[in-house]
Design a protein around this ligand. Structure first.
Ligand code: ATP
Length: 373
């Protein structure tokens, strides 16, 4: 294989990025442990995981700021490890906007082009205005960063990252310093920009909602490794382990034992003695006798009408109810385990803490995961 010519990276389409068995240790501690990933050209991929799981190190390796100890990094199937960061034609956006305070918006955005290219003045102006238009900041050219809100400053740093028309944009918690309302707005705008440009976006976040709403694919990271890589629906609806299940959204995870498994489905017994049967389907199957965790998402549970008693309900006691405006969050004790679910104020009627309740569950949407992962 030959090394890629940096000029190859200047075409318009998004870059495909591949990590093959990449590892990196800092002073003997593994920050990245044998990671392999295939990021499709033009896709929007989030790296999601708790603090210290290796997200930023992965991003910095793709940017070229961190050199892997082992493994290979490829752009469009060509090794890139020896190409220095400034020749990779990558845009970068950080949580701290990293703007030059003494430069106007125009000069901040023009900076990377002035450093890297010899564009004519009118071409440069055109490119800067185009980038500012993309982030909805036309007319702000002469302002200084201190004259802008946090959200506007982050837009400037996005324009600066995009002005060189990179095939790959790396973002490290770009919305982390902004309040929720602004974050919600900018999430939509970043998605729109991605759709317009067709570049590959790699986005680091520890906010699971952000990862699920924005991405084509999510890399869930844990302890320097990839816990799961899949579409937002796959990682949410078919988590491969209890870590992914509980990191993404709310998960009721109940210890259970498989007591029967055949072509019809799998029957599990919970610690309170209740037996539940999950129909066979595409989900993982376990042999009878296996210890498992039963995954029931709150949205697949509902209060059952009083008096109903069948295999699709669980008996419990209302332990807590919290008012959220449009709904109540309910905590229900079922033996030594608890369930969390949502109910509308209408369903609550005159329920009170301590009352016996029945919870209906959707067998078709429940999942089984290996215990102890
Ligand atoms: N330059 C460095 N020197 C020493 N250790 C480092 C360095 N950079 C990262 N690490 C360590 O590598 C591990 C992974 O860090 P990394 O910053 O990639 O995690 P992260 O998932 O991005 O976390 P956060 O969400 O807190 O930014 C951590 O244990 C961290 O302390």
């Amino acid at each position: 294989m030959h090394n890629v010519d940096p000029a190859d990276l200047k075409t318009a389409a998004g870059a495909g990025v591949r990590l093959v068995g990449v590892s990196k240790a800092f002073r003997g501690t593994l920050a990245i442990d044998d990671i392999s990933l295939n990021i499709e050209p033009g896709s929007f991929v989030s790296l999601l995981g708790p603090s210290g799981s290796g997200k930023t190190t992965t991003l910095n390796m793709i940017a070229g700021f961190v050199t892997p100890d082992a493994g290979q990094l490829l752009f469009d199937d060509k090794p890139i490890t020896d190409i220095p960061p400034h020749k990779r034609n990558i845009g970068m956006v950080f949580q701290s906007y990293a703007l030059f305070p003494h430069m106007t918006v125009f000069d901040n955005v023009a900076y990377p082009l002035r450093m890297r290219t010899k564009l004519r003045k009118d071409e440069l102006g055109e490119r800067v205005r185009e980038a500012l238009q993309l982030v909805r900041l036309s007319g702000f050219e002469d302002r200084y960063p201190r004259q802008l809100s946090g959200g506007q400053q982050q837009r400037v740093s996005m324009a600066r990252a995009l002005v060189g028309r990179p095939r790959l944009l790396l973002m490290d918690e770009p919305l982390g310093a902004l309040d929720k309302k602004l974050r919600d707005e900018l999430q939509v705008e970043i998605k729109e920009i991605h759709r317009k440009l067709g570049s590959t976006f790699i986005y680091v976040t520890h906010d699971q909602t952000e990862a699920l709403t924005m991405s084509d694919a999510v890399v869930v990271m844990r302890n320097a490794q990839v816990a799961q890589f899949g579409s937002p629906r796959e990682v949410y609806e078919e988590p491969e382990n209890t870590f992914v299940a509980s990191f993404l959204g709310n998960a009721n995870l109940l210890p259970a034992k498989v007591v029967a498994a055949d072509g019809q489905g799998q029957t599990v017994r919970l610690s309170n003695g209740a037996a539940l049967t999950l129909p066979s389907g595409g989900r993982r199957t376990f042999i009878a006798g296996s210890d498992v965790m039963l995954l029931l998402r709150p949205e697949d549970l509902a209060l059952a009408a009083p008096g109903t008693a069948d295999s699709a309900t669980l008996n419990g006691t209302l332990h807590e109810m919290l008012f959220f405006g449009d709904s109540y969050k309910l905590i229900v004790d079922i033996g030594s385990d608890t369930l969390m679910l949502w109910a509308s104020p209408r369903e609550i009627a005159d329920l009170s803490v301590g009352a016996p309740v029945r919870v209906a569950w959707d067998a078709g949407r429940a999942g089984l995961l290996p215990a102890g992962e």
